[in-house]
Design a binder for this molecule. Structure first.
Ligand code: SF4
Length: 455
């Protein structure tokens, strides 16, 4: 019998392993988008591990229950295809939850064997129809994009499913839907496509748009579904969210407004409504900081033909005053930004506005070890970082560098209230600005032998 020779283990792994990622995967972004539809659910097409990871991340950030289905791939499904599993999962979800909408998002494995959004439509074709839940399907292999892409593509898939090309004429659709939801609004209808914001920022968006006497339909609105009150009546799905009937009205919207950085019209929901139904599209970066909020409000003002409400002008004035008060604390401090690309782009502009020096504004690097190396290489010239702003995954880096971390974005796992962090508008910027200033003050105070008490 030949002697068994054990190979010496390789010193480096042949696999590309990502530990402690700065960004999260695409189907998570899609799940967040589908969570904002009233009686909406997500069905993740692929292995159970992906669904468990996504549920765990979202529950620990939002601290709300989240049911998401899985087509639960096994070894043979991975070889022979997941059609039957997908159909079984769909039927189970319909039977047990009676949802109004099911968003199907693929995972890496399903995409690798060719079961993408188009394949899903055909696999479920005979199960969807007049009385079935709305089906929105989206391709979300994580090797082709991050959470931001998954979120954005899911918003487009929702509006495409609710307002297919060639559907009813605009006015007929609007009056039917108004009857369905009960309260017709006389105000111009605005289709709003937000970014991956906190529920608190979504609430700010809705309140601000109302100030301009516009009726906003958010695609999508998880401000209640993922940050609501206790469930007292034993329901299986959370209250709140955008009704499917409202989604169907968006073909007749007076305008659309999409928030984000360098948005590609071809891939966005606002682009779809514009191309298919002639709805005028406005795309704007996240309103963080004075300049960006001015730009955002100017668009609302133009759409509504109303000038800026007095309360917003007062908030703007207070924010400017605080910029003046804190300039000596902030000026020239070096900051590293990371995470979701819409948030990082907005924060970069905001940091420039308040006098911080941005050493890195990273949206591409997958893990913190690589990000740390990049920043250390560049800090020989520019100086070492003094502040981190991003999700709670940066905690270890902040600890290693002995600098403060201002937590913002997703996920916030190691603090309470991540779902209520604000950064939008003059008021949200004010909250963020105060947090940044205080984080720097606290660090100075901790490091001082004499213990400053006045600043
Ligand atoms: S396999 Fe792909 S979809 Fe699943 S958790 Fe990992 S990155 Fe996300």
């Amino acid at each position: 019998m030949p002697e068994l020779v054990l190979e010496k283990p390789a010193e480096t792994s042949p696999f590309e392993l990502t530990e402690n990622p700065c960004i999260v995967c695409a189907p998570l972004g899609a799940t967040l988008a589908f969570s904002g539809i009233r009686k909406g659910m997500t069905l993740l097409h692929g292995s159970q591990g992906c669904a468990t990871y996504i549920r765990r991340y979202m529950i620990s950030h939002f601290r709300e229950p989240l049911d998401a289905g899985s087509s639960s791939f096994t070894e043979d499904t991975a070889v022979f295809g997941g059609k039957q599993n997908l159909r079984t999962a769909w039927l189970n979800m319909v039977q047990q939850y009676q949802p109004d909408c099911i968003g199907v998002a693929t995972t890496c494995l399903a995409e690798t064997i060719g079961e993408d959004a188009a394949a899903i439509q055909s696999m479920l074709a005979d199960l969807v129809g007049k009385d079935a839940p709305l089906l929105a399907s989206v391709s979300t292999a994580s090797y082709s994009g991050d959470q931001n892409k998954g979120f954005r593509d899911a918003l487009r898939a929702l509006v495409q499913a609710a307002c297919p090309a060639g559907s009813d004429t605009a006015n007929a659709a609007r009056s039917t839907a108004d009857a369905a939801i009960g309260t017709p609004s006389p105000n111009p209808l605005l289709a709003v496509f937000p970014a991956m914001l906190s529920p608190a920022d979504l609430r700010w968006l809705k309140t601000t748009i109302q100030l301009f006497k516009l009726e906003a339909v958010l695609v999508s609105d998880y401000s209640d579904t993922l940050d609501g009150g206790p469930w007292m009546d034993g329901s299986l799905l959370p209250k709140g969210g955008t009704a499917v009937a409202d989604l169907r009205r968006l073909k007749s919207a007076n305008a659309s407004l999409e928030l984000g950085d360098k948005l590609d019209a071809v891939r966005t929901g606002s682009g779809y409504l514009e191309r298919t139904f002639g709805v005028p599209a406005h795309r704007v970066s996240l309103p963080v900081g004075v300049e960006a909020t001015d730009r955002f409000l100017k668009i609302l003002s133009e759409i509504s033909n109303l000038s800026l409400p007095k309360e917003l002008l007062a908030e703007r004035s207070r924010l400017l005053d605080s910029y003046i008060d804190a300039h000596k604390i902030l000026s020239g401090k070096r900051v590293v930004l990371y995470g979701d690309r819409d948030q990082v782009a907005a924060l970069k502009a905001f940091c420039d506005e308040i006098g911080l020096i941005v050493l890195a504004a990273d949206t591409e690097t997958r893990d913190f070890a690589t990000l740390e190396r990049k920043v250390q290489e560049s800090s020989a010239k520019a100086g070492t970082p003094q502040l981190l702003i991003g999700n709670s995954k940066g905690f270890k880096t902040a600890k290693k560098w002995n600098i403060p971390l201002v937590r913002l974005g997703f996920p916030i796992h190691d603090r309470f209230g991540g779902q209520r962090l604000c950064c939008l508008g003059y008021s949200g910027t004010q909250i963020l600005f105060d947090r940044i200033v205080n984080a720097l003050l606290e660090k100075t105070q901790e490091d001082s032998d004499v213990g400053y008490t006045y600043y």
